[in-house]
Design a protein around this ligand. Sequence first.
Ligand code: NAG
Ligand code: NAG
Length: 369
Amino acid sequence: MAPKLLYLSALALLAGPVFSQQIIVPPHSYPGETTNTQWISGPDDFDAPKNRPINQTTFDWWYFDAVQEPNERGEQASFAITFHTSGPHGFDTLQDLFPLGSPSDNLIQINLAWPNGDLDFWILAAGEAVFTINGNSASAVFAGTGCSFEGVPDLSHYSVHIDAPDKGIVGSLDIKSDVPAHYPCGPAEEGQDMHVVPGVGWLNAIPDGLGEADFQIRGKEFKFQGRGYHDHNYGSRPFSESAASAYWGHGRLGEYAIVWLSVLTPTGSEHVSAYVTKNSEIIVAHCEGIKIRPYGDNSTYPPTRKTGAPTGFRIEITIPEGQLELAAEYIYIQVGFDFYRRFTGTFTGTLNGEPLPDGVALWEQFSLN
Ligand SMILES: *[C@@H]1O[C@H](CO)[C@@H](O)[C@H](O)[C@H]1NC(C)=O
Ligand SMILES: *[C@@H]1O[C@H](CO)[C@@H](O)[C@H](O)[C@H]1NC(C)=O
């Protein structure tokens, strides 16, 4: 008995006081099981899968990015990776890219822009996805892809690892948080409603932090530091039944970190979320008091599949100190489908008319109609 007891106590020591739990998502969901979708936040399970088990129409995705400050030549590298566990009709806008059916419910999407604007992308299909929940964080290994991510229990640090030399990409993305986590309508506290719109939930573990990408792409170094970000979306029904268009982005200028979100439902009701920190303290985290509209070329609102890429977005946020008027203008389009675009560029603006330091942002537009 003694060796076994020793082993148990050694494990307990290693695991510390934090309870960890494993969840396995097979590569194909099985109809017939009852899914529980979580909409109200719990005390200590922030980034855990929200659909258990997944079914034909649910989706969860864990998204990570980093974006570099533009250099003096206006060049800017960026990197983004998304880990999906989605039933075949869950995140339908992605799954429709597979006319013969998606090879797995567990998909990984990687997109990057080189400093000169050249693009690379990968879509990898995994076997089972094994999640470990540790405090508020989630970690996951997507079998057969060489891809995994790992979070620490207090959400202060996430890292993503890619070991896919046969696909031409090996390396890691590290994100160290500078600001507190939040939900669409408030801070990361128990009892928050996680809905963005009916059918879609959102939680943002790292709204802004130091992002460090360090990869070898087909043997060539792809390495930069910039602003990093991590969030998690999920839903109970096909994404396109919940959203017709959406704008989201994150950026930093001076001492302010910002996350913006606006979603139009198929029936035309607009739902928003505004998050602002100053010197790493939350000054705004709620689902009101923000307006996000495209400007310049292709600024039709609401956007459709036929609308091209807008020059930029104006973001107006009411904060306790007054009015933030911000503009995100693109340098590169990292992802350029008609129904989905992801941009990186400059972030400029004023507070009560007084200019703020120039900054950097990364943002996206869904236009599903
Ligand atoms: C999947 O589960 C959700 C529970 O949130 C349910 O609303 C939905 O109808 C289920 N989908 C299918 C195809 O059973
Ligand atoms: C506006 O859309 C058109 C058509 O898609 C495109 O050629 C043009 O580059 C877009 N403008 C900007 C600023 O991207």
